[in-house]
Design a protein around this ligand. Structure first.
Ligand SMILES: Cc1cc2nc3c(=O)[nH]c(=O)nc-3n(C[C@H](O)[C@H](O)[C@H](O)COP(=O)(O)O)c2cc1C
Length: 210
């Protein structure tokens, strides 16, 4: 069993998100772990040449020439790496009410027709069935639609988009664990939020027998 950990943690050692990720990785006993640090290996954007190559190959069935293959090679390698993992974990902070752009770019790279999803007779079909995905995030504010007095009700696009992307690829289990309120000034608030989220991710590692 292979667990792929994809991280974007620009706060480095000060990262609140990293603390929760560390709690998760330290409880892995059975699975091999592969790391993809997006700070060191950022995903490429689809540009005119790579997008044309992708369309020709993944929708048109055309065999690419060397130059076309090269234009899409780094995007392909992230997609193949994701396909090789049974479990994927994404860890990143919330930026501007959603996933940071680099994480969206990662999803743009790995959501490939014929690789992680396909359009069949019955419409779109995820090709990652049987696999599991965990998102670990932290946010400075709190987001809970069920609390009328909440500061930003429904402004959280991170959890909804994360669920959509993994569901579209057909992941069988999708977990999203966040510590919200890391910028809350009440003494101990942030620490408790991180500790609670750390307990939750440890339980997920146990549940998935990692
Ligand atoms: C550029 C930037 C944008 C942010 N945008 C939001 C936001 O929209 N909502 C929020 O609740 N917190 C926001 N924050 C706060 C972070 O999500 C929060 O401090 C988080 O815990 C940081 O995680 P880290 O320590 O792993 O970097 C933002 C922080 C930065 C640096």
């Amino acid at each position: 069993m292979k667990t792929l950990i994809v991280s974007y943690l620009p706060s480095l050692e000060d990262s609140s998100t990293k603390k929760i990720l560390d709690a998760f990785t330290s409880s892995i006993k059975n699975s091999t772990i592969e790391y993809l640090d997006l700070l060191k290996n950022p995903p490429s954007f689809f540009m005119a040449d790579s997008l044309a190559a992708y369309r020709m190959r993944n929708y048109g069935g055309v065999k690419l020439n060397k130059e076309q293959e090269t234009s899409i090679a780094s995007i392909d390698s992230m997609c193949q790496q994701l396909k090789s993992a049974d479990i994927v974990v994404l860890a990143y902070p919330m930026h501007n009410f959603g996933m940071p752009g680099i994480i969206k770019t990662y999803f743009d790279a790995v959501l490939q027709h014929g690789e992680t999803f396909k359009y069949g007779a019955k419409g779109p079909e995820g090709l990652m069935k049987g696999k599991k995905a965990l998102t670990i995030y932290t946010s400075g504010g709190g987001y809970s639609a069920d609390k009328a007095t909440h500061e930003y009700p429904n402004w959280d696009t991170l959890t909804v988009l994360s669920k959509i992307e993994f569901s579209f690829m057909g992941y069988s289990e999708i977990e999203i664990i966040g510590a919200q309120g890391t910028l809350n000034a009440s003494p101990g608030y942030k620490e408790k939020a991180i500790a609670d989220a750390s307990e939750k991710v440890k339980k997920i590692a146990e549940k998935w027998n990692l």
